[in-house]
Design a protein around this ligand. Structure first.
Ligand code: ADP
Length: 541
């Protein structure tokens, strides 16, 4: 009819669909997890909106309904969620950021088979998983607060249509016209099994509809509320997978209940693998806040940004169910919960750090993120510093500040470090020669954040941190084991010639006892460390 609009997919959607459908074929059952998760999210978002917009209120018996229809060969997932406007449909289901697709494609190429399904969730492309089992998908949606409804439809082949529709209540119906080889998703027992596997911890009720009868499919178990003794390792792992769309095993599982001054349950995980892109794009903690089991928001920033790799749930009795966004910012109870949860995560890291091999797995995934805490969180700085690990000029593998201090030479007053862009250049830097020759250990730093935190920490165990590129360091108290030859006659004339040639590009040219093999080295004089100067220059300062 006239009212049907046809639109081409955004340039990258076609390629993305192809990737999703082919690369993830053997895991195609996850389409149901993605659709149910979207439906439950939409209901949570509507409940949250209803706190300020009463017209958005959810009916008390609102559910996600999964309805197979064998005669029509369709599977419908319906929710009473926030819904989508016409623009939302076009934006959310018709376009995707170009960079997103490329990163996703690269992620898929680099990923092991068992890691691939988690990429779908991490890159926010879950909806497209529907095309793994369906050759046509229609989405009819009505935004809460709006009168009109729209239907989006596509066969996943380059274009989609939008047309006006009717829906008596706000919410969304997603209808999958199943492919010939996807019959299994018409079987209620199969759907029931999948919901139990993927969605048992979703607290929104999910029902499977069969010949007009509805059967509850999820338990809605608040696993975090159970005593530890009643939870099996398998249940923890399944919960971990469902909460963060993960496929690895958690490196750490923290489950505890605080009672007394504060009343909350927490179930938190440190992932065993590094998420493919989440950490770079997203700086806020996504730990979920529940109040008396009910999901409130994943934007309460329950942990500081430098612990953003931690996933899981905090459920408290100390907030009202209708807690608003403004309250989340300012309520003292939440500030106390944040402190307690942050402290608990740090003490877990401290205890696991005693086993170097075990801790290494964590450090190599998330160490650079933890380092941000040194300059972002003055209060926690002293707790974080001993948890850091470094490469060093003196030992193989990773070392720590306490270990460095224990190895310091008699009379050595400072902790020396060198920052450079790449770790290969570090070990062979001429800056190290004088220190090596004197048996002085230097920490070798090559993470992006390493230009920032040493200045913020300033001291550890009462020893100042000093960049070896700072010209003012006096090493004369330590005779070099391989002594540099006496300065040759005529050196003063050479230095003068250098000064003339370099002019204003340098502030000084000096002889040094800090080189053993190399002829010249750049020194930072009295200003900031060299790497810091490079970064400032790049930033145009
Ligand atoms: P993600 O959920 O990771 O963002 P998806 O491709 O699964 O990625 O969904 C894209 C967007 O479409 C969602 O972020 C959401 O805004 C919207 N959306 C999907 N399903 C629904 C639904 N059932 N109700 C309302 N909005 C939805």
């Amino acid at each position: 009819s006239d009212s049907v609009e046809r639109h081409e997919f955004g340039a990258e959607v076609g390629r993305l669909l192809d990737l999703v459908v082919h690369a993830l074929y053997s895991d195609r059952e996850i389409f149901l997890r993605e659709l149910v998760a979207n439906a439950a999210d939409a209901m949570d978002r509507r409940r949250f909106e209803a706190l300020t917009v009463p017209a958005s209120a959810l009916a008390p018996d609102a559910k996600v309904r999964i309805a197979p229809d064998k005669a029509a060969r369709t599977l419908t997932v319906s929710d009473a969620g926030i819904g989508m406007t016409k623009e939302d449909l076009a934006q959310n289901l018709g376009t995707i950021a170009r960079s997103g697709t490329r990163a996703f494609a690269q992620g898929l190429e680099g990923a092991k088979a068992e890691e691939r399904p988690s990429l779908i969730g991490q890159f926010g492309v879950g909806f497209y998983a529907a095309f793994m089992v369906a050759d046509r998908v229609t989405v009819t949606s009505r935004r809460a607060g709006a009168e009109e409804a729209w239907t989006w439809a596509s066969d996943g082949q380059g274009s989609y249509t939008l047309e006006p529709a009717a829906r008596s209540e706000p919410g969304t119906d997603i209808v999958l016209h199943l492919k010939a080889d996807a019959d299994e998703y018409l079987e209620p027992y199969r759907l029931d099994h999948l919901v139990r596997k993927w969605a048992d911890f979703i607290t929104v009720p999910i029902a499977i509809v069969q010949e007009g009868r509805e059967e509850a499919a999820n338990q809605g178990t608040a696993l975090w509320r159970k005593p530890k003794s009643e939870v099996t390792p398998e249940q923890y792992e399944e919960f971990y997978r469902s909460v963060g769309m993960n496929f690895d095993k958690p490196w750490a599982t923290l489950h505890w209940r605080a009672e007394g001054q504060l009343d909350f349950s927490a179930l938190l995980f440190v992932p065993g693998m590094k998420p493919f892109q989440a950490l770079e794009n997203e700086r806020q903690s996504k730990v979920r806040l529940h109040v008396r089991r009910m999901f409130i928001t994943d934007e309460a920033e329950l942990l500081p940004p430098w612990l953003r790799f931690v996933q899981g749930v905090v459920d408290t009795e100390d907030l009202p169910l209708n807690v608003s966004r403004e309250m989340l910012q300012s309520t003292p109870a939440l500030a106390r919960i944040r402190r307690a949860v942050t402290g608990r995560v740090l003490s877990e890291l401290a205890s696991r750090a005693k086993d170097a091999e075990d801790y290494r797995a964590f450090w190599e995934n998330f160490g650079p993120v933890l380092k941000e805490g040194i300059y972002e969180d003055h209060e926690r700085r002293d707790e974080i510093a001993p948890l850091l690990r470094f490469r060093s000029s003196a030992v193989e593998g990773w070392t720590s500040l306490p270990d460095y201090v224990a190895r310091m030479r008699d009379g050595q007053e400072a902790i020396y470090y060198l920052v450079a862009d790449d770790s290969g250049a570090l070990a062979s830097s001429p800056q190290l020669e004088g220190f090596r020759a004197r048996g002085l250990e230097v920490l070798l730093l090559s993470d992006h954040v390493d230009a920032f935190w040493p200045d913020a920490l300033a001291r550890f165990a009462d020893k100042p941190l000093r960049s070896v590129t700072q010209g003012s360091l006096d090493l004369s108290k330590f005779p070099a084991e391989t002594a540099p030859a006496d300065l040759p006659a005529g050196i003063d004339a050479l230095v003068a010639a250098f000064k003339t040639a370099l002019g204003d590009d340098v502030s000084d040219v000096r002889t040094t006892d800090r080189l053993v093999e190399s002829a010249v080295v750049l020194s930072a004089g009295t200003g900031p460390d060299l790497q810091m100067q490079r970064l400032l220059r790049r930033a145009g300062r």
